[in-house]
Design a protein around this ligand. Structure first.
Ligand SMILES: Nc1ncnc2c1ncn2[C@@H]1O[C@H](COP(=O)(O)OP(=O)(O)OP(=O)(O)O)[C@@H](O)[C@H]1O
Ligand SMILES: [Mg+2]
Length: 119
């Protein structure tokens, strides 16, 4: 199992959610975050030149998936979040040790398998 963490542009969120839905990826968490993507601006001040690190509004998606869903999830995000301009974001893929579905007590793969019609 993996936890896919994607930092995306807020204005791409709807497209990304739609792509994930079409890829049959179910279950995710989204948060509004502030991020810095390496772009720095040099600002002249009376003491000389300083570097300004602006924080941009981004959306952080966290998606726990079983192995068969790892590649389709990454592809769905890459295909839908991209504009081609700097700042499109990042996808991190983390190993997950254990997952539990609280309602049923199911563990690991069973706990991240889409529970179609069960909800
Ligand atoms: N190394 C990183 N660690 C954690 N978060 C990051 C990292 N790089 C980027 N981010 C997050 O992703 C957001 C978008 O980053 P950004 O798209 O600028 O990445 P990039 O690698 O600099 O790509 P680009 O060349 O398109 O600018 C940042 O605002 C930040 O929230
Ligand atoms: Mg950047």
């Amino acid at each position: 199992m993996k936890l896919i963490v994607a930092i995306i542009r807020p204005d791409r969120l709807n497209e990304v959610l739609e792509a994930l839905y079409l890829a049959e990826v179910r279950g995710l968490t989204a948060s509004r975050v502030l991020g810095h993507g390496g772009e720095t601006e040099r600002v002249e001040t009376y003491r000389g030149t300083t570097v300004k690190m602006d924080l941009q509004e981004k959306v952080r998606l966290e998606i726990g998936v079983s192995e068969p869903f790892v590649e389709v999830t990454i592809k769905a995000i890459l295909g839908s979040a991209r504009t081609g301009d700097v700042g499109d974001g990042k996808v991190f893929v983390l190993d997950v040790e254990q997952v539990y579905r609280i309602r049923t007590g199911e563990k690991n793969e069973a706990a991240v398998t889409p529970a179609v019609a069960a909800n």
